[in-house]
Design a protein around this ligand. Structure first.
Ligand code: FNR
Length: 384
């Protein structure tokens, strides 16, 4: 299947499945434990019935919006996806360029392969940076200072990973948790970095740097070492005081990512967050928690109007974007959708997925009888 005949996000998922080493596809595609929340994210969204309206003059549809003081061509952003740089050569740069061309924000993960400097250097528009709290606060401060110096326009502080969620697929593929398979993982890692392979990430003869945390990782260089490092260095003691400190340290827009509870959303607003992402980390953390579609309405009720509400999880089409906007989100992040596309067709694939989503949003808006983003609300849904 070539890019030309990819009609939907799911086609890129199939392309990614064919192109990537098995363990890497499973890492992207999988979720925590039995993947109940991963499935709920998709199923609960798709179960939301849109309300068809007729004869509304929908000849001019405007997808533009403004979030965190930034003009955007549509209310979609590229969610932080760790290790995305493995999906294609200099993968984060390719994805960031696609986002820039589509005039939507790209959020770079703390655990990206391409470092902030490389991504910022490839763009004219500012990028967003996602922060994980690691134990070495000096290192956190340095990362924030660097993000600021490079013109990062929003900080996304991810709070739903005090400890990594266990994923059966990663154990089965040999990526985590099965010491006996270490050799196999190493071989797969080496294969994945053979020069000429689509997902070769080598630069200057150093094949697998994790750009933003390379100096903290030190001599450790295998994927397994890296995953072990996360377990040891992500700070499980993270608490509200840390959010306060990050608020003090970061004077730009601050978005807290990984909120599912209305009380937590209120507290984030009280502490001065500019935005939140209603998210269960794409079903990769606590299996069994609410889908984003179900978590969103009570959160909108609790903090709507006090801060900007973003949501992610299970978004596979522009129709899903409209559904989350109807439930109260002002913007939506996509994770796997762009990661599959990057693996399947690089920058062009990510651009294509973004244009597919825009086209799907236009159709959904036209047939629900709205022409502007801020007209999408509960009345766009059949059940109101
Ligand atoms: C993620 N996600 C994530 N989130 C984050 O804050 N920092 C990160 O480094 C990562 N890494 C990551 C890797 C992979 C492979 C996936 C699939 C996801 C979560 C991500 O930002 C987002 O919340 C979900 O991907 C949204 O769900 P969908 O769109 O993938 O269904």
């Amino acid at each position: 299947m070539s890019r030309a005949i990819a009609a939907a996000v799911r086609d890129y998922r199939e392309l990614a499945r064919r192109r990537l080493p098995h363990f890497l596809f499973e890492y992207i595609d999988g979720g925590a434990y039995d993947e109940i929340t991963l499935r709920r994210n998709i199923e609960d969204l798709q179960a939301i019935a849109l309300r068809q309206r007729i004869l509304c003059d929908v000849s001019r549809i405007d997808l533009t919006t403004r979030l965190f003081g930034q003009d955007m061509a549509m209310p979609i952003g590229l969610a932080p996806v760790g290790l995305a740089g493995m999906n294609a050569r200099r993968g984060e740069v390719q994805a960031a360029r696609a986002a820039e061309a589509a005039k939507v924000p790209f959020c770079l993960s703390t655990v990206s392969l391409c470092a902030m400097d490389e991504v910022a250097g490839a763009l004219k528009r500012p990028f967003w940076f996602q922060l994980y709290l690691i134990k070495d606060r000096g290192f956190v401060r340095d990362m924030l200072a660097k993000a600021k110096a490079l013109g990062c326009s929003a900080l996304v502080f991810t709070v739903d990973l005090p400890t990594p969620g266990a994923r059966y697929r990663d154990v089965r593929s040999g990526l985590t948790g099965a010491p006996g398979l270490a050799g196999e993982v190493r071989r797969a890692w080496q294969i994945a970095h053979k020069p000429g392979w689509a997902w070769d990430v080598g630069v200057n003869g150093r094949p697998h740097q994790l750009g933003n945390i390379a100096s903290a990782l030190g001599a450790k260089s295998s994927l397994r070492d890296f995953l072990g490092w996360i377990g040891q260095n992500f700070d499980a003691s993270a608490n509200w005081r840390d959010l306060e400190q990050i608020r003090q340290a970061w004077d730009g827009p601050l978005i807290v990512k990984g909120i599912l509870d209305p009380g937590d959303a209120v507290r984030a607003a009280d502490l001065g967050a500019d935005g939140i992402v209603v998210s269960n980390h794409g079903g990769r953390q606590l299996d069994g928690v609410l889908s984003s579609a179900r978590a969103l309405p009570p959160i909108t009720e609790a903090v709507g109007g006090r801060l900007t509400i973003l949501a992610d999880g299970g978004v596979r089409s522009g129709l899903d974007v409209v559904r989350l906007l109807a439930l109260g989100a002002q913007g939506v992040l996509i994770g796997r959708a762009w990661a599959y596309a990057l693996a399947g067709a690089g920058q062009a694939g990510v651009s294509h997925v973004l244009s597919l989503m825009a086209a799907e949003m236009r159709v959904a808006m036209a047939l629900t009888g709205v022409t502007k983003i801020n007209e999408i609300d509960r009345s766009s849904l059949a059940e109101g």
